[in-house]
Design a protein around this ligand. Structure first.
Ligand SMILES: Nc1nc2c(ncn2[C@@H]2O[C@H](COP(=O)(O)OP(=O)(O)OP(=O)(O)O)[C@@H](O)[C@H]2O)c(=O)[nH]1
Ligand SMILES: [Mg+2]
Length: 199
């Protein structure tokens, strides 16, 4: 798989009004500030595609990106666990994310991003349990790999995997800053996007 072009299509604020393009969707989820939007820019090789910020709470809507002229779509999700927003706003983002995960007809995989330096928190585990219960395939990607040494990254992957009850090899590592880890991500996308019924 190669991502040759990527285009922003639409922002959605209401999970009752999700667009449906009849093409596979891959959603990018995780805590606020974990690097979801940066990850999308990295894998699409376009630093201006999704808006990023050092302030958590940048992405507040579901943002759809069309990949390779409609081969599939990537959906950037609002982050969770951002303390400095009002209760109402938090509930709104939660409902939007949950509504999307429940209602999207074409969702093929949720990529759960976690910061390589920190253990997944109860929100991460809640999301993972929800995906288990709803039979939504997922992948776990540790972000900001550039912040640690090779050895530290290796150890942290095992710790993150243990927190989530998955195998160490099921935790991929990327650095959007240093642009490392792309090949494994594209392999993952290839498998999920082109998964035939019955496989
Ligand atoms: N060192 C390093 N910093 C990163 C990396 N990826 C993202 N960041 C930084 O982390 C911060 C948050 O990045 P975003 O991509 O906006 O995070 P997000 O998960 O989309 O955040 P919300 O939209 O607020 O949920 C920014 O300051 C980025 O520059 C990385 O691979 N390495
Ligand atoms: Mg974002």
């Amino acid at each position: 798989m190669q991502i040759k072009n990527a285009k922003f299509i639409i922002s959605v604020s209401d999970s009752g009004k999700l667009p449906c393009y009849d093409k596979p969707e891959i959603a990018i989820a995780g805590k606020s500030n974990v690097g979801k939007s940066s990850f999308i820019n990295f894998i699409c090789n376009n630093s201006k595609l999704a808006r990023t910020s050092s302030e958590p709470g940048r992405t507040r809507l579901l943002n759809y990106f069309e990949i390779n002229g409609g081969e599939f779509y990537i959906v950037d999700m609002p982050g969770y666990g951002y303390a400095r927003v009002s209760k109402e706003e938090k509930a709104g983002w939660g409902a939007l994310a949950e509504g999307y995960l429940k209602n999207s007809k074409e969702l093929k995989c949720v990529v759960l991003l976690v910061d390589i330096r920190h253990d997944p928190n109860p929100d991460d585990r809640l999301l993972l349990n929800f995906m288990h219960a709803s039979n939504i395939p997922f992948a776990v990607v540790a972000t900001k790999g550039d912040k640690l040494s090779r050895q530290q990254s290796f150890n942290r992957r095992a710790e993150i995997a243990a927190c989530l009850n998955i195998g160490r090899d099921d935790v991929l590592t990327v650095s959007s800053l240093k642009k490392t880890g792309l090949e494994e991500i594209l392999n993952l996308f290839q498998t999920r996007v082109h998964l035939d019924v019955g496989e």
